[in-house]
Design a binder for this molecule. Structure first.
Ligand code: UT7
Length: 408
């Protein structure tokens, strides 16, 4: 890697001179608010305990009609709006989620269809609360390698669907929501400067959601180890220890890789799990906690969505400016953890936005909806026709095929 300079920062230049910039961002959260007092009516807990041990005051809960795909779609549409690009310009969509509706189709494919992103590949990425940082790194690497030009990365969760609402150790922590970013290749220095991704599967039993394919399944709702199918379990104390150990080291590693130090950093956007974890990270890095973005009081832990949601709110609050260096740090199930250094702002003069793009995006979403309906309808009609054909006719056709084959 060579070194280029941008506003005083020496930046490791990718070998082929293409940088991956974040050019759009958006978030979406459900309207329903669940406060600590509401929770106290469900499990034996209280506002004072939750506030003092976690910093969480309330969280959002998805309605019956909301899913990780619908929330992710809304966040994605807002990110495309900010980036002012059309869905057809997307080459890749990655969705980081632990709460998909299906193992497959991926949530990314569902969102791809709803956007009308007809030229994009799409897949889900499973790295729990570190998923968003992992996914941005995958997209940025593809852009820097010039495999693609434009990518959409979404972190989206409906944690409320995998919580055991009897377990006060977990149900008070989590919430639902989605955040998204658009990444674009550019010759201008900056964007994603470095990332460090790590995993330690020996801690896999500390935090998880058993699902189809579990060895212990055998039709039982509760496994021999006490875990429930499709419900989250967590050893809170051990996860707390792990998180406070890895954050500082991981942030330092990513900064070192980017050739920067903590002094260059304007803002750290951490995974929003617990205010005490963020305070411990600030202590271990010997920096003021005000250098961390923190909005978990209003959303709780939204897993893979927490970093992009916090990023959107930091931007909205004017806490990030052009050329600022921002660090993302995620940690969670796997165990996994990841840090990323990003230099903010598009380094090139903005192209004049096409004033018809907004309408074109709306048309794309409407057409995508109708296209999906038509494709499904025509498939159903074809199936009905095939089923209504008399069996004898089918046998006759089969026999004539065999006869033809014999003659050949
Ligand atoms: O996304 C990444 C994954 N998750 C995390 O990062 C979570 C990491 N862990 C944590 O944030 C904390 O460990 C928790 C918030 C989950 C728990 O906080 P803690 O300070 O570690 O509490 P604890 O589990 O040690 O429990 C302390 C006491 C216990 O009572 P006793 O045994 O001292 O009488 C618990 O039974 O608090 C009790 N307790 C509660 N009391 C009221 C546990 N949960 C609750 C509750 N309300 N919700």
């Amino acid at each position: 890697m060579g070194i280029t300079k941008r506003n005083g920062f020496a930046i490791n230049a990718p070998p082929n001179g293409t940088y991956a910039h974040i050019v759009g961002w958006g978030m979406a959260v459900p309207e329903t608010v669940l406060t600590n007092d509401d929770l106290a009516a469900i499990v034996e807990t209280n506002d004072e305990w939750i506030m003092s041990r976690t910093g969480i005051r309330e969280r959002r809960i998805a309605s019956e009609r909301e899913t990780s795909a619908t929330l992710g779609l809304k966040a994605a549409q807002r990110a495309l709006e900010v980036a002012d690009i059309l869905p057809t310009e997307l080459d890749l969509i990655i969705v980081a989620t632990s709460t998909p509706e299906h193992i497959f189709p991926s949530t990314a494919s569902l969102i791809q269809a709803s956007l009308g992103a007809s030229k994009a590949g799409a897949f889900d990425l499973s790295a729990a609360c570190s998923g968003f940082v992992y996914a941005v790194d995958m997209a940025a690497q593809s852009i820097r390698a010039r495999g693609i030009q434009t990518a959409l990365v979404i972190g989206t969760e409906t944690m409320s669907r995998v919580l055991d609402w009897q377990d006060r150790g977990t149900c008070i922590l989590f919430g639902d929501g989605a955040g998204a970013v658009v990444l674009k290749g550019s010759a201008g220095a900056g964007g994603v400067l470095s990332a460090v991704l790590r995993s330690d599967g020996t801690g896999g039993d500390l935090l998880g959601i058993p699902t189809v394919g579990s060895l212990d399944m055998d039709g039982a709702e509760t496994f021999t180890n006490g875990h429930q199918m499709h419900k989250m379990y967590m050893n809170g104390g051990e996860v707390f220890k792990f998180a406070t150990q890895v954050i500082g080291e991981s942030v330092q590693q990513a900064l070192h890789k980017a050739g920067l130090t903590l002094n260059d950093v304007s803002l750290i956007v951490p995974h929003q799990a617990n205010a005490r974890i963020i305070q411990a990270a600030a202590r271990s890095l010997k920096i003021d906690v005000s250098k961390f973005m923190c909005n978990l009081d209003r959303y709780g832990n939204t897993s893979a969505a927490s970093i992009p949601i916090a990023l959107c709110e930091a931007l909205e609050q004017g806490r990030i400016h052009d050329v600022d260096v921002v660090v993302f740090v995620g940690f969670g199930g796997g165990l996994t953890w990841a840090s990323m250094v990003v230099q903010w702002g598009a380094p090139e003069p903005e192209e004049r936005p096409n004033r018809f793009n907004r309408q074109r995006r709306q048309i794309s979403y409407t057409l995508a909806r109708w296209r999906a309906r038509l494709v499904r309808l025509s498939r159903q009609i074809n199936e009905m026709i095939a089923r209504s054909r008399p069996q004898r006719g089918r046998m006759k056709r089969l026999r004539s095929k065999v006869d033809r084959f014999d003659l050949d």
